[in-house]
Design a protein around this ligand. Structure first.
Ligand code: NDP
Length: 310
């Protein structure tokens, strides 16, 4: 049950008692056997294998909790850092960040770990996951197929570059983030029951995710159409959610991951939503100030990030 798992995940500082209850714990141990067995092509009946699996599983759970706790702490640190030092790519790119790589290649490298890591941990548990988890897989992969393998090739200026160090940092984040989310959903959650399909949190969360995705794609399309192939100039974006905010694509992305947090009702899901705000909120502010500095006729009532608010 997701609620139970959410509660269990909240006991970040406690020991192994996860999930609570003998039957639930037993079923998790069986899942762990299957999962590690698939990975190493070993049968749980082989001598010593059971003990080894339990040790590895306990170490993984400990590691998982450390990574999850660090994820929340670093989100706050990232927010503070990005507020004062805009991440140097796009219009905020500047000298002093070392070697630069083509932006489209950077996007492909930065985002594709999200696709592969999530798929890997799904395949590891493919024999035992239910319908709800398959829906989460579809939502995640639709987003990341577009972001990793379509979006980079739609960028109008193929000569635009970004610092390699940003690509490497982002790759670390996407690997970490997709491990936390996929491992929880397909493994540590203990499985979502089919009743979750009619739970208001799931329904509202999926609706938000799909709406956010549509706003994000539509807004990125509006931005793309402001340039001819090869062009590097900036114009005032208009239409869609740009009527209300300078960074409608970031607004859509934030709605998406807020929906994800609600639908999965999980700590890693919540962490991803917080990270998205920590990353895109301060960047939206920097974009907004940049527009105001560069366009004297910039719409006065347009907000930076969240319509009518910020
Ligand atoms: P931007 O809005 O800064 O840029 C998107 C594209 O549009 C770039 O190619 C940019 O060119 C171009 N562009 C932007 N504004 C204008 C304008 N006024 N006139 C002409 N062209 C313009 O978004 P990002 O590059 O930061 O992000 C791209 C996508 O990735 C977004 O959908 C975003 O939501 C998502 N993202 C998600 C993150 C997360 O934490 N989940 C983190 C970062 C991004 P140029 O590069 O030359 O400025």
């Amino acid at each position: 049950m997701p609620v139970q798992s959410f509660h269990a995940a909240l006991t970040l500082t406690s020991g192994w008692p996860y999930p609570s209850g003998h039957a639930a714990r037993r079923s998790l141990i069986i899942k762990i056997h299957r999962s590690w067995g698939t990975l190493f092509r070993r049968s749980p009946k082989e001598p010593g294998w059971s003990e080894l699996v339990e040790t590895i599983a306990m170490s993984e759970w400990t590691l998982y909790r450390i990574l999850l706790a660090a994820y929340f702490v670093l989100a706050a640190a990232a927010f503070a850092a990005i507020r004062f030092i805009p991440v140097p790519y796009g219009r905020h790119n500047r000298r002093g960040w070392g070697r630069q790589v083509k932006a489209y290649l950077g996007w492909l490298l930065m985002e594709s770990p999200s696709f592969f890591v999530f798929a890997f941990f799904f395949l590891l548990e493919a024999g035992s996951v239910g319908k709800v988890e398959v829906i989460f897989l579809i939502l995640w992969e639709v987003h990341y197929v577009q972001r990793s393998f379509v979006y980079p090739f739609l960028i109008r200026n193929r000569q635009t570059r970004m610092p390699l160090v940003i690509v490497l940092l982002a790759m670390t984040f996407t690997t970490w983030n997709s491990y936390l989310n996929s491992r929880y959903l397909f493994h540590f959650s203990g499985g979502y029951s089919s009743e979750w399909l009619t739970d208001l949190r799931f329904l509202l969360g999926v609706m938000l995710f799909v709406s956010g995705l549509a706003i994000n794609w539509h807004s990125d399309r509006i931005l793309r159409r402001l340039r001819q192939p090869g062009e590097r100039t900036y114009q005032i974006p208009r239409g869609g959610f740009f009527r209300y905010v300078s960074c409608a694509n970031y607004f859509g992305e934030t709605i998406e991951w807020a929906g994800w947090a609600l639908a999965t009702w999980s700590l890693p899901g919540l962490g991803f939503a917080i990270w998205t705000v920590a990353n895109l909120g301060p960047r939206a502010r920097s974009h907004h100030l940049w527009y105001r500095r560069h366009f004297p006729d910039y719409p006065k009532n347009r907000k930076a990030f969240i319509p009518f608010l910020i």
